[in-house]
Design a protein around this ligand. Sequence first.
Ligand SMILES: [Zn+2]
Length: 212
Amino acid sequence: MARSAEIVFVLKVKEKMMKFLRLRKQVEKKVEEPVIMEFEGIPFVVIRRRVRYSRVEFKNNGLRVIVPRGIDPLKVLEENRTSILKKYRKLISQVETAREKSLVHWTAREFETLISSYIEQYSRQLQVKVKEIRFRKMRRRWGSCRSDRIITFNRYMQFIPEPLIAYIVFHELAHLIVRGHGQRFKRIIAQQFPLYRQMDKELNLYGLKLLT
Ligand SMILES: [Zn+2]
């Protein structure tokens, strides 16, 4: 893949990590300051905590190593070298695919009308009642559903295709029946969206393009 895509991605991740660090500094004054290091050209955040075992997390927003005091994070990464490099390559290729996703440009009004009509259709279908709908720009999720039946949708959904919007609405409404993402939840989702795994993948790609 194009090397430039990787560089852009790495810079983006670094920027996000700095933001994360600044936030942490504000929130957890007691905790030792986390630092950014590099492993095989991959930037990662080191978080020192009073944990028993070291932990490596690899998410869309980059690599994190949680280690107890006195443990060398690079050694921890070296021990997980194969899986980390594999995951990183996968992530970079996803970023590359995501760049090719074309965006839809709903107007705010079109978007909100679309949401309302799916809310109406699916809440009838699932026999649930929403208390309130909110819109907000979010970096980590497409939507959320609180136990007081307030559902929040990500403003960035305004750039994704209609079937995915419908899918997110259905997902959040299904949470009014089942809280978690267990088997029961998946069965409800599969009734309406048998190809939900494919849709999750699509959303993941749009997430990489729009949210990271
Ligand atoms: Zn959910």
